[in-house]
Each structure stands twice: as C-alpha cells, then as structure tokens.
Design a protein around this ligand. Sequence first.
Ligand SMILES: [Zn+2]
Length: 239
Amino acid sequence: MDLTKVTERVYYLINDRETDRPVLGYIKGDKYSLMVDAGNSKNHVEKFNNFIEKLSLRLPDYVAITHWHWDHTYGMHAVAGKTIACEITNEQLKVMSKWQWTDEEMKKRLLTGEDIVFADTNIRKEYKALQDIKVIPADIVFKNDLEIDLGGLTVILKNVISPHSEDSVIVYVPEEKVVFIGDAYGMDYYNNCEYDPVKLESLINMLKNLEFNICFSGHSSPINKTEIIEYLKSQHKKK
Ligand SMILES: [Zn+2]
C-alpha cells in the first residue's frame, strides 16, 4: 500500500483495519503542505512520512485534526509540522493527555465509559508497549472554522454538525474539489452507538451544498459526492 495521488495536489494513504488506522491525507500547496489527521501512533506517522520522502514531497508543515478519537490523534507528538485542532477537540486532547496507560487504568476507563472496547482493543494491538502512548494538545486551536493559504491552494477547516462526534471537522480544498470528512459519516461510538437523525440530516445538507468531486472518509476508500450522499441517506432509512 502506497501513498495514492488522487488529484494534482492531493494524496492519501489508505486506512488499515488491522489496528484501525484511518486514512491520512496530504495536500500540497506551493509554499506549505498539510496532512489530514495525525494517525494512531508514531509508527503510523513514520509509515506516512516514508512515502512522502519516497515521492520527494515536503514533509507536512501543518497537520489538521478531524476529531479527538485516538486513531486520528495519537500520532500528533510524532509529526514534524504544527498541529491544528478545533477548540472542542483540543479540550478532549487535554483530558486524554492526563490519562495513564497501564492495563489497570485502561480497564477503569472502560467501566466509567471514558473509553470504549473497540478503541481499547485496537490500542493494545497498535502498541506493543502501552508506555509508548503519548497524547498532546494541538499547537494551533480554532473555533468554528479556519482558512489556510498553502500557496496557490486554500484549505478550509470547519467544525460541522455530524452524528459521529461533536468536534467533527471537515477539511475542504475548493480548488481541488476535494473534502476530507474524517469519521463524520459514522455513528457515535462513545454515546451508545447513537446515530442521531437530526445531526445526520444536517451533515447531508452541508455536503449537498458543498462543491466537491471526491470525498475522503476516515475508514474507507474515497468516493464521489453522489455516493457519500446516497450512503448517508441509506443510513437515515435504517432508523
Ligand atoms: Zn472517530
């Protein structure tokens, strides 16, 4: 599996279900480049960076975080660029940065509901030594939205309403007609796997009004605008 070029200035590394590694994006401006999500560990970041170097691209100057979940954020300490998160994401990063990574503490967090079995299982698979886990807050924090000029290319980060998590941020690249939605399309695993129909409808409408050809979701292959909207509508009908 390699870094795949999707448009002139957008690349991605496919997700890996083995340890629940999400899709990582790469957006190449004339001056700066931006990575989408920090991956679930230092090893995940290194894998991504190796591909970047192989293609003689510059290492990301910025890393935009789509939401707080471990698989998208635990690589933050290992990236070279400045990390960017919305305020709600950052508050949860601060909370997790204080978590202890012992078997006992992890089990306690499952009982209190602070963490979930699916995350716990995959964290133990990704990390041979739990002590290697490092969680840090972001370098740059924004509220609602943020526009970044990468040089000949704009990236818009926007906190949107989604059924997955309150802090869901999309990474939109208008010039390339591409949007990264993280896990915004999924249910809320930290809230009894709820799939709030009102939030889902809001996400569908937001995407309908956004001009894009390719949608990157956190844990599957890129799809087009019609496909993501049809998918979300089908989830709606299940309820
Ligand atoms: Zn998630």
